[in-house]
Write a protein that binds this ligand. Sequence first.
Ligand SMILES: Nc1ncnc2c1ncn2[C@@H]1O[C@H](COP(=O)(O)OP(=O)(O)OP(=O)(O)O)[C@@H](O)[C@H]1O
Length: 345
Amino acid sequence: MSIEIAGLTRRYAEVAALDAVDLSIRDGEFIALLGPSGSGKTTLLRALAGLEFPDAGSLHVHGRDLARVPARERGIGFVFQHYALFRHMTVFENVAFGLRIRPRRDRPGGAEITARVQRLLELVQIPELARRYPDQISGGQRQRVALARALAIEPRLLLLDEPFGALDAKVRKELRVWLRQLHDRLGITSIFVTHDQDEALDLADRVAVMRAGRVVQFDTPETLLARPADAHVAGFLGEAVRLPCTLADGQARFAALPPLAVETSLPDGPALAFLRPVDLAAEPAGGDAPGNATVVSARHDGRGLRLTVLLEGTVLDATPAAGWAAPARGEPCRVRPLAARLFPA
Ligand SMILES: Nc1ncnc2c1ncn2[C@@H]1O[C@H](COP(=O)(O)OP(=O)(O)OP(=O)(O)O)[C@@H](O)[C@H]1O
């Protein structure tokens, strides 16, 4: 389902939980709403689900104005972080509930419900748990049940509010890969809320970065990382370090790093530079030239060797220069900027 959100506003006393949000989502997209606590992510999801009523603006799903459509007729599946399953019902009954609450005219009969629940449990890969109760299964399995229940109504739009927030990192990672595959297989449109940038960047086709009730940037993960719209987005995404600098004569000059040649439309004077670990090259060195630092730690991450260094009281992540195979803790080094994203100070 395509979704058009225009000027959506929701106020609580003096707080604008949503402040004129515009968002246009294509059929079949997997969208992340990413932002700090209180930025309006949940309110936006609840407005789509029909659990929240906006003060202004419009919501259209596949061209249909949602304002007049009650929550239960929207055909939207919803999974919350703590979507308490019914504790006194088995897994089977929890999922069947999603079918039993359908409007009478398209509610299936008993045998059909049994067959469908079985199919849904197979889809979420827990058919063997049908007779268990929620407190007899793991947190990750509970979220699969919650998802099966949400999918029981055959939604064209799936909304997920921090669905894996309560789970440990490993289970979370597995479930998110699996969720992405499920989304692709079902061909639905999904919107999920997270404040975990890795989750958003790994999983989503496009990410809406929210701040104070507004969508500050809505782009693909690649574009967000390469061209953040402002200093806030740059600071929020990736692992960039923020360093003040002074622009003059086509150079960014730093207090403790060698200067960097830059092309920018910003005027000469103070600016803010964001540098990712790949933008900082570290090589073995001594002496007291600008950029001299000490290796704090060296570790391998998914992309190769990563160094943490201490540069005049600032801790930075940097990438060792080619050929420096085994930097040791405490070893002196020199850090050079290779690139930076610049914003007004
Ligand atoms: N029922 C309410 N009454 C008053 N203020 C509310 C209510 N619901 C939300 N707010 C306020 O609206 C703003 C946005 O809240 P929302 O829950 O949408 O944020 P969020 O981005 O989902 O945050 P989190 O990541 O912490 O869940 C916050 O300032 C919040 O305090």
